[in-house]
Design a protein around this ligand. Sequence first.
Ligand SMILES: Nc1ncnc2c1ncn2[C@@H]1O[C@H](COP(=O)(O)OP(=O)(O)OP(=O)(O)O)[C@@H](O)[C@H]1O
Length: 260
Amino acid sequence: MLAVENISFGYPSAGDLLTDLSFSVAKGDVVCLLGPNGAGKTTLLRCLLGIAAVRTGSIKIRGRKIGSIPARELASDLAYVPQAATTVFPHRVLDMVVMGRTPHVGFTAVPSDEDYAMAEAALSELGIAHLADCLFSRISGGERQLTLIARALTQRAGLLIMDEPTSSLDYGNQVRILRVIDRLAKQGYSIIMTSHFPNHAFLLCNKVLIMKNGKITAIGTPEEIVTDSILSDLYTTKVKIVEIDDGVSKQLKVCVPLLA
Ligand SMILES: Nc1ncnc2c1ncn2[C@@H]1O[C@H](COP(=O)(O)OP(=O)(O)OP(=O)(O)O)[C@@H](O)[C@H]1O
């Protein structure tokens, strides 16, 4: 679905911030991008979205270079789910979600009844249909994140790019969002998400990219590469991976930071 080949990126008159990154994303993949602050995760997402133009290499979606795809067409392949910041504009939740139809209807056109029906269906799919008439600025952080995911679903793109989808959410809401991501992947969506929580990789990702100083230093399954030594090196702090019984059917790995 997505093929990233040897890309480098830097801001004008500065050196490379991302160096020679390559990876691929298949249908149904949930890819977790792990790395410390400043590693270049958001910058990489900006390149994938075509907001930042790469210096070298190529990013292809379904075989086409993203630079050659008109923005509106690209939006039917890629949807961005930003962090759940609030907005100063008092939009209704349903109106926020129907904005996902913008690439399909155009900036000046009014969304049709069908567009609103799609937005309502996305809200129902995520269990927040009751919020349709609430103001986005007055719902909780977890509800805002679900609203932004609903907007991406309404866009009808197969690849969802999520920047720290659980940031600033409490434990229960983090798990709710992770469950939604897991369910979407099972429906065939591909997902790339950044996270500061290696446990997320164990819980729902089938592929992990380890990023440090603008480079991908390891790619693999969580079992292969989310290890004591790689995480301790990545975050320059002692980390231990332990196995627990999840109480249902399997052993689950969890990552524990050590203070000593
Ligand atoms: N507009 C810009 N101009 C120059 N440098 C920038 C710009 N935006 C970001 N950077 C630099 O790029 C580097 C990578 O930033 P980026 O936001 O991609 O990291 P990140 O891994 O997403 O970090 P975090 O986990 O803290 O969000 C940082 O050193 C940052 O200062």
